[in-house]
Design a protein around this ligand. Structure first.
Ligand code: ARG
Length: 258
């Protein structure tokens, strides 16, 4: 599902070729979202987004500096020019696109529930069954994500609890304060892999990333300040090349192979 369009890349490269780049590109990321964006013991940002960001900086002849902060605060900080780019598994949504320029997508992502193993929702095999079953239940999501917006729209009788970090959300799940959590498929799979399958299970139903573009968006993209059309052109050209030459695919195989 990655783009491979050499011609489009070439024309994007023409658009992006003017003007020198800043020496250092500052990249805002959340740092608590395995396998996309994590911070290791030494304080270094790792994960798929870190690899994509590093490759992007290299392509643009810049150094990379990652700035880690809450997911919910990334767009306001981009607005305030605290950094140049957001790379944080962020989906391109119409709502966000009012405030942010998005690059071409560099990944696609589905979403899934983690549920107590004995939940009647584990086996639900169509969206309506799961949305009906969610009525009256409390589901955790990360604040400011597409997942909260999707649930609020599709399962309005569900209580949605927003968490700043996945860690806090998972503590509440573990303590039985939630009937489940809803997040990106890859991060939920990582979680289940970590905690084991004795007490929790993934829902049988996978919510396709394309199932509701209004809330779930159009793929994962780099966020760029609205004013900076020039940087957007450069990022698009560079990403196109990195998708075309297999760099993005190699990184995704490295991080998403659970
Ligand atoms: N793809 C979802 C969104 O855009 C979730 C992203 C969460 N990313 C993170 N780094 N915490 O809302």
């Amino acid at each position: 599902s990655f783009l491979s369009k050499t011609l489009i890349c070439a024309s994007l490269a023409l658009l992006g070729s003017q003007a020198a780049m800043a020496d250092t590109l500052k990249i805002g990321t959340e740092g608590g979202y395995p396998p996309w964006s994590m911070v290791d013991a030494a304080g270094k940002v790792t994960g798929f987004d870190a690899d994509v960001g590093a490759a992007l900086c290299k392509e643009l002849n810049s150094d990379c500096k990652f700035i880690v902060q809450a997911f919910d605060s990334l767009i306001p900080s981009l607005d305030a020019k605290r950094f140049d780019l957001i790379i944080s598994g962020m989906s391109y949504t119409p709502e966000r696109a009012k405030r942010v320029n998005f690059s071409i997508p560099y990944a696609v992502e589905d979403a899934i529930f983690v549920l107590p193993k004995n939940s009647d929702l584990v086996g639900a095999d169509n969206e309506q069954a799961i949305f009906d079953g969610l009525a009256g239940k409390t589901i955790g999501v990360q604040g400011g994500t597409t997942h909260g917006a999707f649930l609020a729209k599709k399962a309005p009788k569900t209580t949605i609890k927003n968490y700043e970090t996945l860690d806090q959300m998972q503590i509440d799940l573990d303590a039985g304060r939630l009937n489940g959590t809803f997040a990106d498929l890859t991060s939920q799979s990582k979680f289940l892999h970590k905690v084991g399958e004795d007490n929790f299970a993934l829902s049988k139903l996978v919510i396709k990333g394309s199932s509701d573009p209004e809330t779930l968006g159009y793929g994962i993209a780099v966020g760029i300040h609205k004013d900076n059309a020039e940087l957007k052109a450069k990022v698009d050209a560079a990403l196109c090349k990195l998708i075309d030459d297999g760099t993005v695919k190699t990184a995704s195989e490295k991080w998403f192979d659970i």
